[in-house]
Design a protein around this ligand. Structure first.
Ligand code: BGC
Length: 765
C-alpha cells in the first residue's frame, strides 16, 4: 500500500500541499485547545508537536500490552522485559503507551524495574517523549502483589459512603504510583441496570444518582492532589457509553438504546465525571443501535467533546479498532477501521498485541483518509496528559511514593469499607447476631475461598487464583474460627470453590448433628468480563441442593452470599433465618462477615440494586407507573415491583424511626431552594450507622414519570435512643428528567418527597 505515493507523483504533490495546509490549520487550532490546558504546558506541547514526524505522532497514539515487550510474550510469568522487544516497541514504533500484565500481579519493586527500563528506552527516541503506563486498579491496585483490595464498586455503593469511595481510590492511586504507574483505568461508570451482565459488580448499581455521586468522588480522589503529585493518578471514566445494557445480558453484545433512555440513565454519570475533572475516557466495546461506539462520531465528538466539553484523552478498549473490521463488520478493511475510529474521535488505540494500528494509521493519513488535524488533536491531548502527570519532568518511579505502598492504615480502611458494605437482607426472629459460644457448622463453596470474597481484577484479571492473594488474607472459615475459637467450629467445606466435596449434602447433614447453627456460604466465585457470562441468574442447582440439605437438618440456617450480582435464592429464602449479602468486599471481607454475624459490628449497608425473585420479575426501583400496576386477568402477580429485596433495603441490629417531615415551603419557585427536614430516631438498643435516603416523584409529567427517584442521601451515626434532624436542600435540577425532546427539564406541578415511610408534597412553579 505504501508504494501508492511513488506510483502517482501528481497526486502526491497535491496531497503534499494539502497536507502542509491542513498541518498549519490544525496546529493553529491545536494551540487554542492546548491553551486551555494552561499556558506553559500548552506552549511546550505545541512546540513538541510542531517538531514531530507523522510516525512519531502515530506512535504516541499507539498503546500495546505488556506481552509485546515481555520476555516470552504472553507466556511471561515474572515480569522480565525483553530489551530487544522493548526497543522494537518504543524506539522503532515510537509507542506512546503500554498497559496490563501478562499473567498475574508483580511486586511493586518489579513494576518499578519495568517502568525504569521502559523510560530508559524512551530516552533513546529522538524527542525523548516518556511512555505512559496504564493498569486497571478498579478496587485497589489489581496488579501489584500485596496491594490493598477494597470492596468492588457494587459493594462500595452499598456503603452509601462517598468518603469511603474517596479514601479507597486514594489508596489505589498511591499504590499505583508507588509501583511507578500513573494511569488508572477506573472508575467504571456504567449503570448496572442489567443484572445478567458479567460486569455488574464493577458498577455502582442501578441508580443514576449513585453512579454520578460515587463515580465523581472516585475521580476526584484519583486526581485532586494534582497529577504531578506522587499521590495522584490520571483516572479513566469507562466505558462510554451504554456498555452495561446489552440486550442479551452477555458482555460486548449489542445494546438498543433510545436516546431518551441514554440521556436519562447512562450519560449523566459521564457528564458529572467530566465536571469532576477526569483526564481520560475509555470507550464501550459494544454497539448501540447497530453503531459500534468506537465508530460513533456523534457520541465521541458531538456529545462527548462538544456537549460535555471533555478535553482529555479518549482511549479505545481492548482491540476494538480491529473489531470494527472483524467482529462488527462496519469497516471492510483493517485500515478502514482505523480511519473510521480516528475520524470518529479516538485519540489512542489499545491495539494491543502488535503494531498494525501504527502502520495502518500512517498509511491512512498519507492517503488522506484521516486529516492531519485529527492526528495533531489526538497527540496534543496525549502529550498534555503526559506533561500534566509530570512525566516530562521525571518519568521514573518517584522515591517519595514508595512509602505509600501497603501502609498498615490501609488495612483498617479496607475493613471499614467491608464493614459498611455488609448488607443484612433478612433476620427472622432476630436469629442474628449469633452467640459466640454456639457450635457452628460452616459450609458451602465460598467458606474457604479467598477469590469468592474479592472477585474480578484481583491480582489476576479473573481474580480466581487464590495463590496470588496476600498471605494474611482470611477465608470466612478462618475469620469465624479466629473469632469464636476453632473448637466451636465444624466445617464440611474444602478449598476450591468447585470441589465436589463442597456440595455434598449428606456430609453436611451428618456434620450438622453436632451444630447449633449452620452458616452456609454460597454465591459466585470470581469472574471478569466475558468469562463471567451466564445463562442463568438463579443460584446454581448444586448450591440450591446444598441449601436444601442444610434446611432439612432443622437447624437454623444463616446464608452468606458472596456474589457480584443478584443470584436468585427465591426457592430457599423462606426457610433461611438470616441472609447477609457480602458482595465481593475485598481483603477484609471475611473479617467483616464474621464481625456482623457475631454482633461485633452493627450492619448498615443498603442494596444498590433491586434483588429480583426470578427472571420474569426484573423490574428496577425507579420504574414507570405501568410497571408498578399491572392489569389483572388470570395473572395473580399484579404487583409490578416485587423484588425479593428492594433497592435500598438493608437491616440493622437496631431500629430507626422517622417523624416530622417538614418542607421549608409548600412551593419551590424557579431557581430557589427547598429544604426538607426529617427527624430520625435510633429507637433500638444498639448504636448504629444509618443512611437516610430521599426520593422524589413527579406526580404528573409530559412523559410518564418514574414512581420514585433517589435524589439525595446522608449517612448518620446515632447512639441508641438518640434523635437527629436531618436536612436536605433541593433545587429544580434535583427534580429534572429528560423529556420527549431530549431536554433535561423540570416541569411545573406537584412533587412528592419521600423519606423512609414519610411523605410530603410541594409544587414546583
Ligand atoms: C476491559 C477494560 C480494561 C482493559 C484493559 C478490557 O478488556 O474491558 O475495562 O480497562 O481491558 O485491561
Amino acid at each position: 500500500m505504501r508504494c501508492y505515493v511513488s506510483r502517482n507523483a501528481g497526486s502526491y504533490t497535491r496531497n503534499f500541499l494539502l497536507f502542509i495546509f491542513v498541518c498549519t490549520v490544525s496546529l493553529v487550532s491545536l494551540s487554542v485547545f492546548a491553551q486551555k490546558a494552561g499556558n506553559s504546558t500548552s506552549q511546550k506541547v505545541t512546540e513538541i508537536v510542531s517538531k514531530m514526524t507523522l510516525e512519531e505522532k502515530v506512535g504516541q497514539m499507539t498503546q500495546v500490552t505488556f506481552a509485546v515487550i515481555a520476555k516470552g510474550g504472553w507466556g511471561n510469568e515474572d515480569g522480565t522485559v525483553d530489551p530487544a522487544a522493548l526497543k522494537t516497541a518504543v524506539v522503532d514504533h515510537r509507542v506512546g503507551s503500554i498497559l496490563n500484565t501478562t499473567a498475574h500481579a508483580l511486586s511493586a519493586e518489579k513494576w518499578r524495574e519495568v517502568m525504569t527500563m521502559i523510560q530508559d528506552e524512551s530516552k533513546n527516541t529522538r524527542l525523548k517523549i516518556p511512555v505512559i503506563y496504564g493498569l486497571d486498579a478498579i478496587h485497589g491496585q489489581t496488579y501489584t502483589l500485596n496491594s490493598t483490595l477494597f470492596p468492588q464498586s457494587i459493594a462500595m455503593a452499598a456503603t452509601r459512603n462517598p468518603e469511603l469511595v474517596r479514601a479507597g481510590a486514594k489508596v489505589a492511586a498511591k499504590e499505583l504510583r508507588a509501583s511507578g504507574v500513573r494511569w488508572n483505568f477506573a472508575p467504571v461508570l456504567d449503570c448496572g441496570r442489567q443484572p445478567l451482565w458479567s460486569r455488574f459488580p464493577e458498577t455502582y448499581g442501578e441508580d443514576v444518582y449513585m453512579g454520578k455521586y460515587l463515580g465523581s468522588a472516585a475521580i476526584k480522589a484519583y486526581e485532586e492532589d494534582g497529577l504531578k503529585n506522587p499521590t495522584a493518578v490520571a483516572s479513566c471514566m469507562k466505558h462510554y457509553l451504554g456498555y452495561s445494557i446489552p440486550r442479551t445480558g452477555k458482555d460486548r453484545t449489542p445494546a438498543y438504546l433510545p436516546e431518551i433512555e441514554m440521556r436519562e440513565y447512562y450519560l449523566p454519570q459521564f457528564r458529572e465525571a467530566v465536571k469532576a475533572g477526569a483526564s481520560t475516557l475509555m470507550v464501550n466495546s459494544g454497539e448501540i443501535n447497530g453503531v459500534p461506539v468506537h465508530a460513533d462520531k456523534y457520541l465521541l465528538t458531538d456529545v462527548l467533546r462538544k456537549e460535555l466539553g471533555f478535553q482529555g484523552v479518549i482511549v479505545t478498549d481492548w482491540e476494538d479498532i480491529k473489531r470494527l473490521n472483524d467482529r462488527h463488520f462496519v469497516a471492510s478493511t483493517p485500515r478502514a477501521a482505523v480511519a473510521m475510529a480516528i475520524n470518529a474521535g479516538i485519540d489512542m488505540s489499545m491495539v494491543p498485541s502488535d503494531f498494525s494500528f501504527y502502520d495502518l494509521l500512517i498509511e491512512a493519513v498519507k492517503k488522506g483518509e484521516v486529516p492531519m488535524s485529527r492526528i495533531n488533536d489526538a497527540v496534543t491531548r496525549i502529550l498534555t496528559l503526559k506533561m500534566k502527570l509530570g512525566l516530562f519532568d521525571n518519568p521514573y518511579p518517584e522515591k517519595e511514593s514508595f512509602a505509600n505502598f501497603g501502609r498498615p492504615e490501609y488495612q483498617a480502611l479496607a475493613l471499614e469499607a467491608a464493614h459498611e458494605a455488609m448488607t443484612l437482607l433478612k433476620n427472622q426472629d432476630n436469629a442474628l447476631p449469633l452467640s459466640k459460644t454456639a457450635k457452628i457448622l460452616v459450609a458451602g463453596p465460598a467458606a474457604q475461598s479467598i477469590s469468592a470474597l474479592n472477585g474480578c481484577w484481583s491480582y489476576t484479571w479473573q481474580g480466581n487464583q487464590d495463590q496470588w492473594y496476600p498471605a494474611d488474607s482470611k477465608t470466612i472459615l478462618q475469620a469465624i474460627s479466629d473469632k469464636i475459637g476453632a473448637v466451636n467450629v465444624i466445617t464440611t467445606s474444602v478449598k476450591g470453590f468447585d470441589s465436589s466435596a463442597n456440595y455434598d449434602g449428606n456430609k453436611l447433614k451428618t456434620a450438622a448433628a453436632d451444630a447449633g447453627v449452620i452458616i452456609l456460604c454460597l454465591g459466585e466465585n470470581a469472574y471478569a468480563e466475558s468469562p463471567g457470562n451466564t445463562r442463568e441468574l438463579a443460584l446454581p442447582k448444586n448450591q440450591v441442593d446444598l441449601a436444601k440439605a442444610a434446611i432439612e437438618t432443622g437447624k437454623p440456617v444463616i446464608l452468606v452470599l458472596t456474589e457480584g450480582r443478584p443470584r436468585f435464592i427465591t426457592e430457599i429464602e423462606p426457610s433461611i433465618k438470616g441472609i447477609l449479602m457480602a458482595y465481593w468486599s475485598g481483603k477484609k471481607s471475611a473479617e467483616a462477615i464474621a464481625d456482623v454475624l457475631f454482633g461485633d459490628y452493627n450492619p448498615n449497608g443498603r442494596l444498590p440494586f433491586s434483588y429480583p425473585r426470578s427472571m420474569g420479575e426484573i423490574v428496577l426501583y425507579d420504574r414507570k407507573p405501568t410497571e408498578e400496576v399491572r392489569e389483572v386477568f388470570n395473572d395473580n402477580v399484579s404487583h409490578g415491583y416485587d423484588p425479593l429485596f428492594p433497592f435500598g433495603h438493608g437491616l440493622s441490629y437496631t431500629s430507626f424511626d422517622y417523624s416530622d417531615i417538614k418542607l421549608s415551603s409548600s412551593a419551590l419557585k424557579g431557581n430557589e431552594k427547598l429544604t426538607v427536614t426529617v427527624t430520625v430516631k435510633n429507637s433500638g438498643s444498639r448504636d448504629g450507622l444509618h443512611t437516610v435516603e430521599l426520593y422524589t416523584r413527579d406526580v404528573y409529567a409530559s412523559i410518564t414519570p418514574n414512581m420514585q427517584r433517589l435524589r439525595a442521601f446522608k449517612k448518620i451515626n446515632l447512639k441508641a435512643g438518640e434523635s437527629q434532624a436531618v436536612s436536605f436542600t433541593l433545587d429544580k435540577n434535583d427534580l429534572a428528567f429528560v423529556n420527549a425532546k431530549l431536554q433535561t427539564v423540570t416541569e411545573p406541578g406537584e412533587f412528592w418527597v419521600m423519606i423512609g415511610d414519610k411523605k410530603a408534597s410541594f409544587n414546583y412553579q
